[in-house]
Design a protein around this ligand. Structure first.
Ligand code: GLC
Length: 426
């Protein structure tokens, strides 16, 4: 296919998955609004429908809770084809939502949308929308500082593997072991009726996911109690890097809006992260890894999230050299970077969720960070591989790094959005 066809194909996926103000990641497998999916989808819309791009994120924030929490799923309309649905979460909110969050990409996307509106001479038309979104973004980031970093270490503590967006990463295996699954009861999964079970988490992993949902529900989704008592608390390297980046972008927006108090508060979080995030560096493997808050143990897994330090704006000569050496080693083992798990790891599986496949959105963040760092060579490799995967195989949820086979759902919104964003130089 020539690139013009692909632009149109990507746009029609976004239009087809548009449910009126929000976009489903994939109509069959994921029939609701997902948090970080929408943040990326907005970048795709921005290349052909600026108003619709802003609406995507505004709709997401219409589901924000009073304490600033922004859910990972918004169940605008129920759909029996999905499990666990609204009843299982039992959050008792209107609209009904899940009770966990997802990686905070929205502030970074809004900054992009704002810059793009300004460049098009439309700042005046969008300024009031930025004004309205800013306090909501700030409230969400304040919620992170309060409830997802209770010890004020400058990291993000995930309370559920699904919160990290890298649902089935081996990083959650050891921290998940102590979770008591004896009370989970019977349930019928829906993911394995849409997708090959070889790609999906095992029964034990799923039991743990549900035990954590049941724990949250038993507290009435009391975020203070969850922060203090949840049986799974892991400082996620991915979310920690993404929040650090998002706080830098939010501070820039605060400057733009001439809000020095907010800017100072946000820069306080940035400073804390810059001081504390070194706790996630694993010297033995020479990589950024997640760390279990309860045992203090580093996962030791090199994943695609290990390469987000450039996106986070972190610079440390020795760590950068080690990180880039791992990048080159892995790049030499696969046809398409960046696999979600180091192919040298015995647990690497080229199509199982977050244990091998490449996700376009993670590549987008890695590539953006490397380009900002001035590493055009590696940034170019990430970008070229990502676009080539889509050219060869269409817009899948994820792809095998070895042979490019698509995995998960097809006609996937955020994959199409990354095609549009990257081919338009976003
Ligand atoms: C899967 C991914 C998650 C994503 C969701 C919808 O659950 O692991 O990151 O948000 O699908 O695309």
């Amino acid at each position: 296919m020539i690139s013009g066809d692909l632009d149109e194909a990507a746009r029609s996926i976004l239009r087809a998955n548009d449910r009126g103000g929000y976009t489903v990641p994939n109509g069959r497998v994921y029939p609701f609004q997902w948090n970080w999916d929408s943040a990326f989808v907005a970048l795709g819309f921005d290349t052909f429908d600026r108003d619709r791009a802003w609406t995507e994120i505004e709709t997401l924030f219409n589901a924000q809770w009073d304490d600033g929490f922004l859910p990972h799923i918004v169940f605008w309309k129920d759909d029996p084809g999905y499990f666990p649905g609204p009843v299982v979460w039992g959050t008792d909110k209107q609209p009904v939502t899940s009770g966990i969050t997802q990686p905070p990409v929205a502030a970074t996307s809004i900054r992009k949308l704002w810059e793009s509106a300004k460049a098009a001479g439309e700042a005046e038309a969008y300024r009031h929308r930025l004004d309205a979104l800013f306090p909501k973004l700030l409230a969400w980031h304040r919620w992170f500082a309060t409830y997802r970093d209770p010890d004020q270490r400058g990291v993000v503590v995930a309370t559920h593997p699904w919160e990290t967006g890298r649902d089935n990463s081996p990083e959650w295996d050891a921290p998940g072991e102590p979770i008591d699954v004896s009370g989970v009861g019977d349930y019928v999964r829906r993911d394995t009726s849409h997708l090959d079970s070889k790609m999906r988490p095992t029964k034990l992993e799923y039991d743990r996911y549900l035990a954590l949902v049941q724990f949250g529900r038993s507290t009435g989704w009391d975020h203070a109690r969850i922060a203090a008592e949840n049986p799974f608390r892991v400082a996620d390297v991915g979310m920690s890097m993404i929040l650090l980046r998002a706080n830098r972008d939010l501070a820039a927006l605060a400057d733009e809006l001439r809000n020095p108090d907010a800017a100072a508060e946000i820069r306080g979080w940035v400073a804390r992260a810059e001081q504390g995030i070194g706790w996630l560096w694993n010297d033995e493997v020479g990589a950024w890894c997640s760390r279990d808050l309860l045992t203090g143990r580093s996962s030791g897994f090199i994943t695609s999230a290990s390469f987000l330090s450039f996106y986070a704006g972190l610079h440390d000569a020795e760590r950068d050299v080690a990180t880039l050496a791992n990048f080159d080693r892995i790049a030499g083992m696969v046809e398409f970077v960046m696999p979600s798990l180091d192919p040298a790891d015995p647990g690497f599986q080229m199509i199982r969720y977050w244990r091998g496949p490449v996700w376009a959105v993670v590549n987008y963040m890695i590539g953006t960070g490397l380009a900002e760092f001035g590493d055009e060579g590696r940034a170019g490799r990430v970008r070229a591989d990502t676009l080539e995967l889509m050219r060869r195989n269409g817009f899948y949820e994820a792809y095998s790094p070895i042979d490019g086979t698509g995995s998960g759902g097809d006609d996937f919104s955020w994959t199409a959005a990354i095609w549009l964003a990257w081919s338009k130089g976003h």
